[in-house]
Write a protein that binds this ligand. Sequence first.
Ligand SMILES: [Zn+2]
Length: 164
Amino acid sequence: MVRRYSLFTLLAILAGCLAAFAQALPEKVIDVGNATCPISGEKVAEGVVLLHEGKLYHFCCPACLETFQKDPAAAIAKIKDAKETPLTLTNVDGKCPVTGEAAKPDIFVVRDGKITFYSSVEAKEKDAAPAAAPAPADQGSAAPTSEGETCGDCSTCSGCPSGH
Ligand SMILES: [Zn+2]
């Protein structure tokens, strides 16, 4: 009984170590940039991505992503159109930019060549929200000014002083 107990303890410690190791963020991430789903051969969909051993793979649908996870090596071997580009890690300190807690390696957003990890899906959505829907208060400051700035909206603007 005593021996069995110690074995379980050992396994529990080992499992704990593995879990802690799995939570570490990758030191660098490479966007594989495949345009064709390695499972179905279809065009990949926006945002259907998986981070596997520091590389970001693209898929046509979540089902293909799951298939990939069952046998990554076989799927990776099928990728013929990889255009690998390194992504910039925005939170190398491993802390979620929203909550300040430890970010998780499976919760992330890739935007403009950058990858950001979050501590929870809620935090990720919170951070993504302002970019998707700009606050109405920002609209006023977007108008052209006498300093010669551009408003960026030529459909309603008669023309910027700088000739935008
Ligand atoms: Zn698919």
